[in-house]
Design a protein around this ligand. Sequence first.
Ligand code: 5GP
Ligand code: MN
Length: 331
Amino acid sequence: MQKMQTNSIAAVARTLKEADSILISGHVMPDGDSIGSTIALGLALGKIDKNVAMTSPHQVPDIYKFLPGSNCVQQGMPEGKFDVFVALDCSVPDRLGDELQSLVNDSVTVVNIDHHQSEKPFADVNYIDSNSASTGEIIYDLLKEMNIELDKNIATNLYTAIASDTGSFKYEGTKPTTHHKIADLLQFDVKVAHVSKSIFDEKPIEVFKVLQIALPTLEVSNCGKVAWISFDLMAKDRISAKDEHTEELVDYPRRIKGVEVALFFREISTGSVKVSMRSNYFVDVNKLAARFNGGGHKRAAGCLIDGGISDVREQIVAAAIEAVQRGSLND
Ligand code: 5GP
Ligand code: MN
């Protein structure tokens, strides 16, 4: 199929309506937006009798296993052929992981639904709304466009997707329309307290063990505006922590008063470091991450860098300090 240059939710709806079999996937190291959006769209397309498969490059993290339909999400490339492959919450094919990104150059029609800024949409049919705080909100709009009725299970997944990516409606991207959509979803008896407890409050013991090891690594730059925390492979081996248990570590440096850029360095294998970047007020960390082949949003971004953790840390901290200095001048 020819790549369409238009950015049209109607074209996405049409493509899905015309398909019989549809595969849906979110991104590597999936978060609540990725998983919730995948399941919500999968359940909704099932309701209009599509043959749907839901997958994820990595396993559904334990904290999202309470989601209705999470047991239908497979891992990696499923068997069989599909008419359409829908990539969710992925700004570039890399975010689908090694296996699933091969579908982007395959004969299957690829649909991309996302809320990250993208200079060059990669799919055959794209709908990218970088004003949306979450992919979940776009899925809500898509289901309205397709006249698919919501129900409790779909609403619970969409609520989780939106609550996750807005930090429980606290982040800058939260808009009146976000709350209008949430008000509609709550009419389907979403158990808000249960969702909040599951995704924000209750944590497995490993999260606290990770914190015990990681907090002593917290450092702040001389200027007081950049702070970072690290988690290396040795630390990971000391406790049986999974990636998902380290997800919120970046919030500790971010919450220090006066800090503008917070960084989290996680060694994922020897010679490979995942960097999470957050900013509080003015630094565009999407641009900072892009310098290292990563991406994301203005206030939350990330990248994957080859190198030892100390070298990577030195390089990124220096770039962050420079970005803060440049940003301060423009203020
Ligand atoms: P996190 O730090 O929580 O993993 O990711 C924060 C944001 O940055 C998310 O919006 C995510 O999509 C984006 N992001 C994280 N890592 C990467 C990466 O390696 N490449 C790109 N393009 N985006 C990333
Ligand atoms: Mn998202």
